[in-house]
Design a protein around this ligand. Structure first.
Ligand code: FES
Ligand code: MG
Length: 572
């Protein structure tokens, strides 16, 4: 080869003759009509996660065109490639079950194919953490691009959006407040087009948190999926990625402990999704950065909730974009943010914030002196029921229930819950505490978003809107209620949650961060000795077998044990 072939030489397939490997590679890529001039440039890979099953990514083909334009304007060669796409509603048993598979797919393709930098196009909840877990492990210069939030819909004159309103209308339907016709009408209005859920669900949360981490174009978190802004952000992502080719600004040098601290601060301030705690733990784990739930809780004691979006507040992502996106949030947080952290642009977070448009009067991001909620969105609970921690989204809970003692009403599994929750004879009152066991990472498996346990129908009909609910499951970021999640260790691996029986007294005290099972220790010891575990999921083959064997608990991000810690040179 007479030219130096820049990116094309990276990671040659091993035929035992490097020159021949390059010769073959070029023969095949030339089959797509590339000239030598095109191939003799840095290469920017573009991870394409479009899929006929993923409405949240319906604009990806459009974004790829804009990214390519940005890459070419900067003199590099864009090469899109497909990876797995995961949509929340089309991922059996759960999207969390598939997240690690997507992270492995992303990591291996970033490493296997020749590229000097990458633009990762994600959006729907698990896709962004999966891509950044993979990028952290491959440690190739990468820019995260998101598809952006969907617009809001309209139902009989009321503004609606997925999927806080999905849950609200479904709860009203269950309570027989609205009829079959109206629920069918709502169903057509909740998702009015391409893009991710328009409330502060996991997708919006991850977008803002990743911008705060420095892995995204400044201002890239909030532009609507179908806006011109979104395409310009995509073009800019391509341009920046081309500039990163060959640079030392790798994911490991941007996603530092200080950057994660910024991300956790923003997570509290936006009243973000509880799922983000699991994802950030997994992303940090990939870089060997310790993730301490206690530290997360401590940050939350000083960081108020500032963003008035559903489910903690009342607006939508498009409103936050119109209010300036992440910039006004960072400005309000001020000294709570480390502005010296480096970003993918080669400038610090502080320099980027200085270059953002000046603040204007708006009603979405509150002043720090007058927050929506005085503390962070989430609190970490501990106690004999959750020795390794549990999470509650206090900003979306009922204030009166944050300190509550009640009688446990226990469901052994998701099937048990489905069978009995609406039984008119169920012995339950509004003061009870509903407990769901065996819905954690291994128990269900895949830690489903089943933590949003429905209010028993007979109580819903009486107008009961919220109760204390506890599980080892997750909850959608779009849901609200006094709901304790991610109890670790989970019941399926012998966590104390497994020992709770009907009628036990459970005490929740969010102010003191405690979750206590008021049963004497000797009784618990006796229960432990005679405990027989219910039939748990098992698998003989395939990804499910791998998942059940190697998945870590929620406090470790539900990553696989063999993926934690950075790869060593001889492993890549
Ligand atoms: Fe994709 Fe909500 S379902 S972001
Ligand atoms: Mg979700």
């Amino acid at each position: 080869m007479s030219r130096d072939d820049q990116g094309m030489k990276k990671g040659l397939t091993n035929y035992g003759d490097a020159e021949f490997s390059l010769f073959l590679r070029k023969a095949f890529i030339k089959g797509m009509g590339y000239s030598d001039d095109a191939l003799n440039r840095p290469i920017v890979g573009i991870a394409d996660t479009s899929s006929g099953y993923n409405a949240c990514h319906a604009n990806v083909p459009d974004l790829i065109e804009a990214v390519k334009r940005g890459v070419m304007l900067a003199g590099a060669l864009p090469v899109p490639f497909p990876t797995i796409s995961i949509h929340e509603s089309f991922a059996h048993p759960t999207s969390m079950f598939l997240r690690n598979l997507m992270s492995m797919d992303t990591e291996e393709l970033l490493r296997a194919q020749p590229m000097d930098a990458a633009v990762l196009i994600g959006g729907c909840d698990k896709t962004v953490p999966a891509q950044l877990m993979g990028a952290a492990s491959a440690d190739i210069p990468s820019v995260q691009l998101v598809t952006g939030p969907m617009l809001t819909g309209s139902h009989r004159g009321e503004r609606v959006g997925a999927c806080t309103d999905c849950r609200r209308f479904w709860a009203r339907y269950r309570a027989e407040e609205i009829d079959d016709q109206e629920i069918a009408e709502v169903n057509s209005s909740l998702v009015p087009g391409a893009g991710t859920c328009g409330v502060m669900g996991t997708a919006s949360t991850m977008a803002l948190v990743v911008e705060a981490l420095g892995m995204m174009v400044p201002g890239g978190a909030t532009a609507p999926a179908v806006s011109a802004d979104r395409r310009r952000i995509a073009e800019d992502s391509g341009r920046i990625a081309a500039g990163l080719a060959g640079s030392a600004l790798r994911p490991s040098s941007i996603m530092t402990p200080a950057a994660f601290r910024n991300a956790l601060t923003v997570l509290h301030a936006i009243g973000g999704s509880t799922n983000a705690v699991v994802h950030l733990a997994a992303m940090a784990g990939r870089l060997g950065i310790p993730f301490d739930l206690g530290e997360f809780d401590k940050i939350g004691r000083d960081v108020p909730v500032l963003v008035d979006l559903k489910p903690s507040g009342s607006n939508y992502m498009t409103d936050l974009h119109d209010a300036g996106g992440l910039a006004p949030i960072l400005r309000e947080l001020g000294d709570l943010i480390d502005l010296d952290c480096m970003t993918i642009t080669g400038r610090t977070l502080g320099e980027e914030l200085g270059a953002a448009p000046d603040a204007w009067t708006q009603k979405i991001v509150a002043r720090r002196a007058e927050p929506l909620y005085p503390q962070g969105g989430m609190a970490v609970l501990r106690g004999n029921l959750a020795p390794d921690g549990a999470i509650i989204k206090q900003s979306a809970a009922t204030p009166d229930l944050l300190r509550h003692k009640g009688r446990a009403v226990v469901f052994r599994s998701l099937e048990d819950l489905a069978q009995r929750i609406d039984d008119p004879d169920l012995d339950v009152t509004a003061d009870d505490v509903i407990v769901l066991q065996n819905a954690g990472p291994k128990g269900a498996p895949g830690m489903p978003e089943a933590g949003y346990i429905p209010i028993p129908r007979k109580l819903a009909r009486q107008g009961v809107k919220d109760m204390v609910r506890i599980s080892d499951a997750r909850m959608s970021g779009t849901a609200s209620g006094t709901i304790v999640l991610h109890v670790a260790p989970e019941s399926a691996v012998g966590g104390p949650l497994a020992l709770v029986e009907d009628g036990d007294e459970i005490e929740l005290d969010v102010e003191n961060r405690s979750l206590t099972l008021n049963v004497p220790e000797d009784v618990l010891t006796q229960r432990r000795e005679t405990f027989t575990s219910p039939a748990l999921p098992s698998a003989r083959r395939g990804y499910k077998a791998l998942f059940l064997e190697r998945v870590l608990q929620a406090d470790r991000g539900c990553d696989f044990d063999f993926l934690v810690e950075p790869a060593k040179d001889d492993e890549t």
